[in-house]
Design a protein around this ligand. Sequence first.
Ligand SMILES: O=C(O)C1=C[C@@H](OP(=O)(O)O)[C@@H](O)[C@H](O)C1
Ligand SMILES: C=C(OP(=O)(O)O)C(=O)O
Length: 428
Amino acid sequence: MLPTKLNYEKPSLNGTIQVPGDKSISHRSIMFGAIASGKTTVEGFLLGADCLSTISCFRKLGVEIELDGNQVTINSKGIDGWTEPDAVLDTGNSGTTTRLMLGLLAGTSFHSVAAGDDSIAKRPMKRIVDPLRLMGADIRGRTGGQFTPLAIQGTRLAGINYTLPVASAQVKSAILLAALNADGKTVIEEPVATRDHTEIMLRHFGVDIKRNDNIIEMAGGQTLSARHVKVPGDISSAAFFIAAALVTERSEIRLENVGTNPTRTGILDVIAQMGADYEIQENETAGERSADLLIRSSRLKGIEIGGSLIPRLIDEIPIIALIATQCQGTTVIKDAEELRVKETDRITAVVDELSKMGADITATEDGMVINGPTPLSGADMKTYGDHRLGMMAAIASLAADGSVSIDDPDCIAVSYPGFFEHLNNLIV
Ligand SMILES: O=C(O)C1=C[C@@H](OP(=O)(O)O)[C@@H](O)[C@H](O)C1
Ligand SMILES: C=C(OP(=O)(O)O)C(=O)O
């Protein structure tokens, strides 16, 4: 049973943890292993509910996937060996599974249906369906295919030239995965750089893909070779403990083997500008970068966060908002309207929930404005079924007087199973 009521009296955090594997890389490791023919092995896989949804979908496509702790073995006959699923592909709460998998299903030779939970049913799919249709995909769904459930009749696809209308790694990746199976070349322009795990893993699996400034080019019809994938810790999960150490007194923690791909490290730039006391000790790794992070209690100041920084910290904004409540001065977060179409509307949810605790925080159309520092007090916090809101509430309780209750702590297992064990291990 996970705790629903938290009452810490001005705790400090001390010690070392290794946060679970990166969610984005874990999803992709299963998909790439399923596309390649042969045996792909994965170490450090995230056993979060979202990544387990990916495993269950690809098993339904006839791919053999075995789990042994955090190690995964994928035995696939290659994408041409996938079989028509006899049930709906259930993507659970996972936007990444839904969108990336659609790109792959579009180019098969069979029919499939993808659907997830109530939150997924509200998330926009037009951003994927539009470019896939331009490639020739046959996808149908409610309101012309804007939302799940989506029915896909696999067909022959052609490469496209496409400029992303939103800064989204999921859209970029869905197009690239479809393009693998398409005739001709695909060229994607992304106005603002987004996480590049798909491009890095494509290269690792032997695909020739080029990037010049913000233009990505890849020829279709390339085959992937099965590989071993090492998944570093998820910086989006580490972010919660980074915040915890910063906003509590006399804390010093070490977070081992955290992924530090530069397209993901916006949170480190933010805390540096806020004046945080921290160190990065880089590990020697090929492919995805990783480092140990040392974080200490800090006196922080408010800053402005927007522009090209936003995609580099998009999932960290709820916890950055909490940090901002403890900063001296004003923090402005802008250009983050994408937050409104995540697991829940994260602008409204963060502002409503932190306000309940006494924060001085106001929503704007594309972000929020936070004045600090403000003392926080206990409150009954809602997660809206959103793992990141659940963890934000738990970390906020460390800085609050009085007890904090969380209505649905179980949703945290979407990206961070074992979150409360790590929290309890670090608290002194
Ligand atoms: O590609 C990915 O793995 C992800 C991309 C981001 O979504 P968008 O591409 O919709 O911004 C992010 O919010 C999500 O948690 C994971
Ligand atoms: C937005 C998220 O994930 P997804 O889009 O995969 O549901 C997240 O993990 O914060």
